[in-house]
Design a protein around this ligand. Structure first.
Ligand SMILES: Nc1ccccc1C(=O)C[C@H](N)C(=O)O
Length: 222
C-alpha cells in the first residue's frame, strides 16, 4: 500500500453493547453477566452475554419474517463490504419514496445508509427507547428494490416505523435486501465511503449483531 492509499480514517458507526443499553421494547434486554471473576477467587474473568440477536447494530436476514427464509450465515460478505453512500435527511419525519427520489442517488448505488435526526438523538444520549424514530415506509422499500439497492442501513433499531405493520421489512427481505439497523451516523458527513459490516456468523439465526465501520480514503475513489 503506498502512502497515498493509506486509510484516512475509520469511523465506527455501530452502537456499543453494554448491560442496560437501549433495546427494542419487546426484547429481553442486554446483560453482560459474570460467570467467573478473578476478584471472587477464580483464575480468569469470563462473562456471558445475554441478549437477543437484534441488539444494537445488527442485520436482519429473510428468516426474520419468512419461514424457510435465509439466515444470516447465508448473506454474502460482498454485500456487507464495499462502496456505500451516506445520505443526510435532517428534517425527515419519515422516509418515503418521495424523500428517496429527492436524493438523486447515483445510478450505481447498491448500499445506502440514511442519517436522520435519530442519530442526533443517539449523540445526545437520550436514555430510553423512542417510538417516534424516523424510518422507512413500505413505498420507500419498493423504491429501493426498483433502484437495485442491495443493502439499506437506518440509524434506529428498526427499518420500519414503530406503528407500521411488517410490510417494509417483508418487501425488503423478500427481495433479498440486507437490512442494517441500529446505526449511529451522528457527525458522519454525507458522501461515499467503504462499508465494513461484519455480523457474527450465527448459523441459522434471523439476525446478528454487526460491528460496522466506514472507511474513508485519502486520495482514492472507492
Ligand atoms: N428485539 C426484538 C424482540 C422482540 C420483537 C422484536 C424485536 C426487534 O428487535 C424488532 C426489530 N428491531 C425489527 O423491527 O426488525
Amino acid at each position: 500500500m503506498s502512502q497515498e492509499d493509506k486509510p484516512d480514517h475509520l469511523i465506527d458507526i455501530s452502537l456499543p453493547l453494554f448491560g442496560g443499553m437501549i433495546t427494542w421494547p419487546d426484547s429481553t434486554g442486554c446483560r453482560l453477566l459474570p460467570v467467573r471473576q478473578i476478584e471472587k477467587g477464580d483464575c480468569v474473568n469470563v462473562s456471558r452475554l445475554d441478549c437477543d440477536v437484534h441488539t444494537g447494530t445488527h442485520i436482519d436476514a429473510p428468516k426474520h419474517h419468512f419461514r424457510g427464509g435465509h439466515s444470516v450465515d447465508h448473506i454474502p460478505l460482498d454485500t456487507l463490504v464495499g462502496p456505500v453512500l451516506v445520505c443526510h435527511l435532517p428534517d425527515a419525519r419519515m422516509v418515503s419514496s418521495k424523500e428517496l427520489a429527492a436524493l438523486a442517488l447515483p445510478q450505481d448505488t447498491r448500499r445506502l445508509l440514511l442519517r436522520t435526526s435519530n442519530s442526533e438523538r443517539w449523540a445526545k444520549g437520550e436514555s430510553g427507547f423512542f417510538p417516534d424514530y424516523v424510518a422507512l415506509t413500505a413505498d420507500a422499500a419498493r423504491w429501493l428494490i426498483d433502484h437495485e439497492v442491495r443493502l439499506i442501513g437506518m440509524d434506529y433499531l428498526s427499518v420500519q416505523r414503530y406503528d407500521d405493520g411488517p410490510l417494509t421489512h417483508q418487501i425488503l427481505l423478500e427481495a433479498g435486501v440486507v437490512i442494517l439497523e441500529g446505526l449511529n451516523l451522528a457527525g458522519v458527513s454525507p458522501g461515499h465511503y467503504e462499508l465494513l459490516c461484519l455480523p457474527l456468523n450465527l448459523v441459522g439465526a434471523e439476525a446478528a449483531p454487526a460491528r460496522t465501520i466506514l472507511r474513508t480514503w485519502k486520495n482514492s475513489k472507492i
